[in-house]
Design a protein around this ligand. Structure first.
Ligand SMILES: C[C@@]1(CC(=O)O)c2cc3[nH]c(cc4nc(cc5[nH]c(cc(n2)[C@H]1CCC(=O)O)[C@@](C)(CC(=O)O)[C@@H]5CCC(=O)O)C(CC(=O)O)=C4CCC(=O)O)c(CCC(=O)O)c3CC(=O)O
Ligand SMILES: NC(=O)C1=CN([C@@H]2O[C@H](COP(=O)(O)OP(=O)(O)OC[C@H]3O[C@@H](n4cnc5c(N)ncnc54)[C@H](O)[C@@H]3O)[C@@H](O)[C@H]2O)C=CC1
Length: 407
């Protein structure tokens, strides 16, 4: 292992990452967050909120080399501080954040809690606020707040005390830890009589889809406080990044062997990378179909369709390869394939696919596949080329020996 990792965040993403066995120091805001990380070997947990200076100090004292910011998507201030502390200490930083939820139903998106409060001002409907206790003060000025607003918060004594101080009585508080199922959200909307649900986009682990679904089922409106355009890596991407950066231990991929003869394999992209893979798939007997806006030299003899890809290209495919030169297109291809249950490999982002494209070394049916688990594709290439030099000899020798024994 090279270097030392510091993770910020007691989020689901931080826990998932640390559960994969990455040694680290992990900073969480609260004692409760610390408890959720109990029992993880190789992880030292520090509880408490640090400012920028304290973060920088920690990085230096602990000889940290790599930082992952997996704090909550709405913890904007912390994220800003982490970024500055890392820049000042000169260490590498990766932001991990959950994907935004695709919206459906009657949803009004706003940028801030204040904007959400302004939308509630002149109505008289009851409102369920599932925004986190920190944002409740923004709603204090809403007309007839005491009767109309119901707050759903975490059941800790300080949070409840804070709600009481803001004027919420026991009849207007739901104190319970989420995330909640759609059915439970629906019951809470029903019990409070709320016609409006105000929430944030906490992504999949925050149960956002279940909130939208409940509101839709009850005919309630949703006001969604958005979170800007921040981009971040997924947990899988972060894990691969760390393994590459810090040379962490990594188990091998499982080289599952698929019969492809006569089966449709879809390639999207017509450059040299797609072509190399098309040749590999063809050597396995697959019916290769390639779709691309333009094709490089060498595609003669392939079923090559010149146009932009579309979702229906995936129909009947047993596997797909996303090898366009556009990050965004490759991401969309991966999402579409996964949605349909078609295994997909992504040429420019190893961790985004559901399988890794192997180097194939074969003499007839005697095959070997090479991989470095996505850690170092150029090394994979060199390993494969060396195996290609010796593999035919090994296969011939063994077949010959078998013949000899038979005589
Ligand atoms: C994750 C994966 C994709 C997947 O699963 O779909 C992936 C990803 C990436 N490759 C990159 C670069 C290169 N890849 C090669 C070669 C091969 N790469 C192949 C597979 C895979 N490559 C999968 C995991 C493999 C594993 O587990 O080890 C092989 C085996 C199969 C094939 O592609 O046919 C083939 C050997 C073929 C053979 O010998 O048979 C070379 C060498 C060369 O081209 O000569 C370079 C140039 C390196 C340089 O320039 O130094 C980059 C950076 C791109 C960038 O920076 O722009 C990414 C992106 C990323 O890492 O995220
Ligand atoms: N895994 C690997 O071995 C390697 C992967 N890469 C990555 O692979 C990707 C492809 O590399 P190259 O083949 O060199 O690229 P390229 O630039 O030669 O080809 C890109 C292809 O994508 C097609 N394309 C773009 N948008 C499309 C759309 N909407 N619909 C259909 N087709 C579309 C283009 O028409 C073109 O055929 C790049 O993202 C590169 O970063 C690069 C080197 C090695």
């Amino acid at each position: 292992m090279n270097g030392r990792l510091l993770v910020f965040g007691g989020t689901t993403e931080a826990r998932e990452l640390l559960r994969r066995g990455v040694p680290a120091i992990c900073c969480v805001a609260t004692g409760y967050g610390a408890k959720l990380l109990d029992g993880l070997e190789n992880v030292r947990v520090l509880a408490g909120r640090l400012d920028e200076t304290a973060m920088e100090e920690l990085i230096r004292v602990e000889n940290v080399t790599h930082v992952i910011d997996a704090t909550h998507p709405y913890a904007l201030e912390v994220t800003k501080n982490v970024r500055r502390a890392c820049a000042r200490a000169g260490v590498k930083l990766l932001r991990v954040t959950r994907a935004k939820t695709p919206l459906f139903g009657d949803v009004t998106a706003v940028a801030t809690p204040e904007e959400a409060a302004a939308l509630l001002d002149d109505g008289d409907e009851k409102v369920l606020l599932a925004v986190g206790s920190k944002e409740l003060p923004a709603f204090a000025g809403v007309s007839r707040a005491k009767e109309r607003l119901f707050a759903r918060v975490l059941p800790t004594s300080d949070v409840i005390a804070q709600c009481e101080a803001l004027g919420y009585d026991a009849g207007h508080l739901i104190a319970m830890q989420g995330p909640f199922s759609a059915a439970m959200n629906e019951q809470m909307l029903e019990a409070t009589g709320a016609a409006v649900l105000v929430t944030k986009d906490g992504g999949a682990s925050g149960g956002t889809e279940e909130k939208l679904r409940a509101a839709q089922n009850r005919g309630a409106r949703v006001i969604l406080i958005g979170r800007g355009d921040e981009e971040g890596a997924t947990v899988d991407e972060a894990l691969l990044w760390l393994r590459r950066e810090m040379k962490l231990e990594c188990p091998p991929l499982f080289p599952m062997l698929l019969p492809l003869e006569g089966k449709k394999a879809l390639l999207i992209g017509g450059g040299p990378v797609a072509l190399r893979r098309a040749q590999t798939l063809k050597s396995c007997g697959a019916d290769v179909r390639a779709v691309a806006v333009s094709f490089c030299e060498g595609w003669d003899g392939f079923d090559a369709v010149v146009r932009e890809w579309r979702e229906s290209d995936l129909d009947g495919a047993v596997l797909a390869v996303a090898a366009t030169d556009s990050r965004e297109q490759n991401r969309l291809i991966a999402a579409a394939a996964k949605k349909r249950g078609v295994p997909v490999s992504v040429a420019d982002n190893a961790a985004e696919g559901s399988f890794y494209f192997p180097a194939l070394i074969h003499c007839g049916a005697a095959a070997v596949s090479a991989s470095t688990g996505g850690l170092d594709p150029a090394l994979t290439r060199r390993l494969a080329d060396r195996l290609r030099e010796i593999w035919p000899g090994i296969v011939a020798e063994e077949l010959h020996r078998k013949e000899e024994n038979r005589r």
